[in-house]
Structures are given as C-alpha cells and as structure tokens.
Design a protein around this ligand. Structure first.
Ligand code: AMP
Ligand code: MN
Ligand code: MN
Length: 336
C-alpha cells in the first residue's frame, strides 16, 4: 500500500469515528461485496451509537441470499431513506450512475456541505466524493473496509466478519485471486467466528431445483467461437426472459460462473434479458483480454477480468457488438 492510501484510510477512519448519522450505499443490483461492505461498516457505526441505514438504488429488496448478512436490520428500501444525508458512504461503486436512482444524493450532500466517502476497488473510479479510499489493487471493497475498521480500532464481531468474508470470498472467486495479505485478513475474520462453509453454501452453492432446468435450457444454446477474441476464444450463452422468470436473480447470475470455466475460451459472456430488446451482459476473461475495455465501449465498466454492461438490441446484435469490441480490446500482460 502506498503512503497516500494509508493516509486516506486514517482520514476515513477519523471521519467515520466522528459520525452520528450515516447512509451507506452499494451499487445497483448489489452483490456480496457491495452489501457486505456496507453492512459491516454500518454495523460498527451503529454499535458506536450512530443512526445508520444501508440501501441501494434497485431492485427494491436485497437478493434473498444476502439478507442474512443484515443481522442488525440496517437494510432500508431506497424509497424509505431520509430526504437528506449528513454523511454518505458509497461502497464498491465507481460512479454515481452506478447508484441508480440514488446517484443524485451525492451532489445533494455535497451541495449541503456534507461529506461523501467513496470506498472502492474499481480502476475506473471517478473519485466523486469528498473523501476517498480507492485502491484498484484491493481484490474487494471489503478488504478496504477491513483496513478502515482496523484503523478505527473497531472490534470485529462475527456478523461484521461474516459480511466482510462474504465480499472477499465472492470477489476473489473463492480466494483464487487473493494475495497473501488478503488470506491473512480472511484468517482474522475466521478467528472472529465466521463459518466459511456456511457463507459459501448460503451465498454461492444454494439454489432451488428450478435452477437445473434453467441451466439445461440456457447451456444447450451456448456457443464457442474458438477464433474470436483475437484468438483467445469466445464462449457465450443467452438467458432469455422466459428462462429467467423461472428462477431468482441469484440463479441467473450463477450462469456466468459455469460458462467461464470453458477451457477453449479466454473470454466468456452471458446475456441476461431485462427487456424486449435490452440485455445485461456479464463478461469474464481468463487473463488474455481486458474485458473492462469491452464493457466501457457499451457504457459499462468493471475490472480487467470481470466486467459488465447494459446493451440494447437483439441478442445477435449484442453478440456481434461484443465480437467486434473483443477484436480491438487491449491485451493483458503476464500479471493479468
Ligand atoms: P457482473 O457480471 O454483474 O458480476 O459484474 C462484473 C463486474 O462488472 C462488477 O465488478 C461490476 O462492478 C461491473 N459491472 C457490471 N455491470 C455493469 C454496468 N452496467 N456498468 C458498470 N459496471 C458494471
Ligand atoms: Mn460489486
Ligand atoms: Mn467489488
């Protein structure tokens, strides 16, 4: 960590330690890193006596698999938030646009002279706050939150540790991409009482039976294009509304983790239909091609090896656009 980051963390710790009223926000369609980071920090601030709420722009309710992270009942629907915030903390969110309908709160707080703390690990972070703990080398926002909590000298109880562990285990793909230091953080979280098997089972490995016929239908239409993506190979699958409607969002989000395991493809995409001609696209790279550049071309973003975007058109048009963008995407070096 650079000296600047250490100072940023100290400054954030002091800001949070003095806070009496805090709104913590994750990105739209929050994942375990966004919600886990917000709920962990929120719980500590609540224990210190602050009024705290955790929210996100859409959908109205948190994914079922993540609700058990909210031990203290901090989750608040976006339409039930107070009109203004004293201190706004945005987590795992590179731009105000990724806060969805809550994005306008950033300017409102700043205009009222309040503080906006941005805690994030996206390389594309726009530094839109008044204070920033932004480090693209962190594998998860939860890693940065852990550092802030340690700088605050805050006790990390099991519910806090569970939230942080959930963010880390998912954003590192089950510790496949975790540094020695992040493994050491995970060890401290286990010492605080986290049950790693339970976290993985409840968040990653728990699906209703309807998941299997949905996967069967979607995977039957998966296609491999071995020459695409500058020769790295491109595999893709399409989840149409009819298939998506048979399951929860969690099952739809799981499809990319199956498709990305395809050996012959360096890049994987899953198109998830959200309207008659609108698709959320998940992109994954095995390390050859920078998929955040591809997502950026369509107004999305993410990380070099995991990115996403929302694209209009037919599924064939979206795939054609991705194919073309993959041909001009930057290649990643040995460090991936
Ligand atoms: P996902 O495929 O939804 O798991 O997303 C992978 C990564 O891409 C995450 O780190 C997100 O931050 C990012 N991402 C996904 N969708 C979008 C989007 N529409 N705009 C910007 N970033 C996105
Ligand atoms: Mn996220
Ligand atoms: Mn993250």
């Amino acid at each position: 960590m650079t000296a600047t980051s250490a100072q940023d963390i100290e400054t954030a710790a002091r800001l949070l330690a003095a806070a009496t009223d805090v709104t913590l926000l994750g990105h739209v369609n929050p994942d375990a890193d966004a919600l886990g980071s917000a709920l962990a920090l929120g719980r500590v601030l609540q224990q210190r006596g602050a009024d705290v709420r955790v929210s996100f722009g859409e959908p109205d309710e948190a994914p079922e698999t993540l609700r058990w992270l909210d031990d203290g009942g901090l989750l608040t629907r976006a339409d039930a938030l107070p009109e203004t915030d004293r201190l706004l903390v945005a987590l795992d969110t590179p731009t105000p646009a990724r806060l969805g309908r809550l994005g306008a709160r950033v300017d409102a707080v700043r205009a009222a002279g309040g503080d906006v703390l941005v805690v994030d690990h996206h390389a594309t972070n726009a530094r839109y706050g008044t204070h920033h703990v932004v480090d693209e080398r962190a594998e998860a926002t939860a890693v940065l939150v852990t550092r802030i909590l340690e700088a605050m000298g805050a006790p990390i109880d099991e519910p806090v540790a569970r939230c942080l562990y959930a963010g880390i285990v998912t954003d590192t793909s089950g510790f496949r991409r975790a540094s020695p230091e992040t493994h050491r953080i995970a060890a401290r979280l286990l010492e605080a009482g986290v049950d790693p098997a339970e976290v993985a089972r409840r968040i990653v490995d728990d699906h209703p039976f309807a998941w299997l016929p949905m996967l069967a239908e979607v995977l039957a239409e998966a296609r491999l294009e071995p020459e695409a993506a500058q020769g790295f190979g491109f595999v893709h699958a399409v989840v149409r509304s009819a298939a998506a409607e048979t399951v929860r969002g969690e099952e739809v989000e799981s499809v990319i983790d199956v498709v990305r395991a395809t050996r012959e493809a360096g890049v994987a995409a899953v198109l998830k239909q959200t309207g008659p001609a609108l698709w959320n696209v998940s992109l994954r790279s095995a390390g050859g091609v920078d998929v955040s550049a591809v997502a950026s071309e369509f107004g999305g973003g993410g990380h070099r090896r995991a990115a996403g975007c929302t694209v209009p058109g037919t599924s064939e048009e979206v795939l054609a656009g991705l194919r073309a963008a993959l041909e001009r995407a930057p290649l990643l070096g040995a460090e991936g």
